[in-house]
Structures are given as structure tokens and as C-alpha cells.
Design a protein around this ligand. Structure first.
Ligand SMILES: O=C[C@H](O)COP(=O)(O)O
Ligand SMILES: CC(=O)C(=O)O
Length: 218
């Protein structure tokens, strides 16, 4: 992994939470990012599940202090489009060797999804030491992650899928977890109804939890 990639991992590790956002239209991207920043998380993984995803990445990439990743990247072509739009890092639900190869060849941090020891063996083959554990809760949550990571002591994880306020802390307490991903702070209903204050509230609570507090401490 290059210095650039390691620095990007360090930034994600410092934030401890990566909000996963599926954006309905590009018009809400700026206010969504403002709300995340107000809550204390200047970062988003924008999924390519909607047409507006790439345009939102492009818009947010103009903000120097905001880390913007692309999620749901299924192939190398999409990775290239996301990077061309200004994505700082690439995330995928699964392990596509061609996507990973393209990212490594282009000095772009890629965090592919893994769900088994076989996937982890592939990640090792590519020299990766950070992967996404997805879908975390459905796969067995913290006990599964502990069991899975046992034979791979150098591997770090970004669990995503089913993580909410009530289970965030138990994942973050694991030394092999650099950060957790999740959509609960930017629920699709918040964006659809323009409830940006709810994004601020959920994000503020999450940041507090990540720092060991409890939402009731607010
Ligand atoms: O599809 C899954 C999302 O990327 C993240 O999962 P989540 O909605 O359970 O947080
Ligand atoms: C779920 C996930 O990992 C993604 O959409 O990138």
C-alpha cells in the first residue's frame, strides 16, 4: 500500500465512522454534507446505487476538508468513473479482483467487501490490509468478525451492514476495526423529506458514541 493509501486509511480510522449515503438527487448533496459536518463527521461513502451518485461525488469533491468515497462499486470502469469524479477512496460490497487491481495500479485506496476466509486470502494476495466486513450483522456480527479475523492478525476491518447506534460501540471496541460504515445517520427518508436536522442529530450521537459517550449524555 502506498503512502497516499495509508494516509487515507489513517483519516478514516481517525473518524471511526463512515456514513453510507444513497443520494436521491444531487440537489441535496451539499446540505447533506453540511449536516454531516455539523454533526462532526466530514465524510461520506456515496453509493453508486442511484444515478445521482457520481454527480454528488463530483460536487462534494470540491470541499477540501470533506472525505468522499464511492460505494457499491461493482467493476473497474465504475471505479475509474468515481475517481474521475473526485472520489478519495473506493468501497465495494464484494471482492472483485479487477476492481482491486485497477485501484492499486492507480494508487487509489480500495476497501473491498469480504465475508469469508477465502475472500481474506484473496485480499492478502493483493497486499491489502483493510477490508470491509459486509453484511456485518447478517453474517453473525461481532462473534463472526472475531472468529474470521483470528487467523489474519494483520488484517483490519470496516464492518458495515446492520450497524446502528445500539451496536456501534461493540464493533468499535474491537482492535481490528478501524471504522464502521452505516446508513443510519443519513436515512433515505431524511433526504427524501429534507430532514437535515435529523442527520445532524444522528451524526452528533454517533460521534459521541464513537468517543465512548452515550446518546443520553447529549
Ligand atoms: O446496503 C448496505 C449499506 O451499504 C449499509 O448497510 P446499512 O444500511 O445496514 O447501514
Ligand atoms: C454495501 C457496500 O459495501 C457498498 O454498497 O459498497
Amino acid at each position: 500500500m502506498s503512502t497516499k493509501m495509508v494516509e487515507m486509511i489513517d483519516q478514516i480510522n481517525a473518524l471511526r465512522i463512515v456514513p453510507v449515503v444513497t443520494i436521491p438527487n444531487v440537489d441535496v448533496a451539499g446540505r447533506m454534507a453540511d449536516a454531516l459536518c455539523q454533526g462532526g463527521l466530514p465524510c461520506a461513502e456515496i453509493t453508486l446505487r442511484t444515478e445521482a451518485g457520481l454527480a454528488a461525488i463530483q460536487e462534494l469533491s470540491d470541499r477540501p476538508a470533506f472525505l468522499v468515497g464511492a460505494g457499491t462499486v461493482h467493476n473497474a470502469e465504475q471505479a475509474q468513473q468515481a475517481v474521475d469524479a473526485g472520489a478519495d477512496f473506493i468501497v465495494a460490497p464484494g471482492f472483485n479482483p479487477k476492481t482491486v487491481r485497477w485501484c492499486l495500479d492507480n494508487d487509489v485506496l480500495v476497501i473491498p467487501g469480504i465475508s469469508s476466509p477465502t475472500d481474506l486470502e484473496m485480499a492478502l494476495e493483493f497486499g491489502l490490509n483493510v477490508v470491509k466486513f459486509f453484511p456485518a450483522e447478517a453474517l453473525g456480527g461481532v462473534p463472526m468478525l472475531k472468529a474470521l479475523s483470528g487467523p489474519y492478525p494483520g488484517m483490519k476491518f470496516m464492518p458495515t451492514g446492520g450497524i446502528r447506534q445500539d451496536n456501534l460501540r461493540e464493533y468499535l471496541d474491537l482492535p481490528q476495526v478501524i471504522a464502521c460504515g452505516g446508513s443510519w445517520m443519513v436515512a433515505e427518508a431524511y433526504l427524501a423529506k429534507g430532514r437535515f436536522e435529523s442527520i445532524v442529530d444522528r451524526t452528533t450521537e454517533a460521534v459521541l458514541l464513537a468517543r465512548n459517550g452515550r446518546p443520553s449524555d447529549l
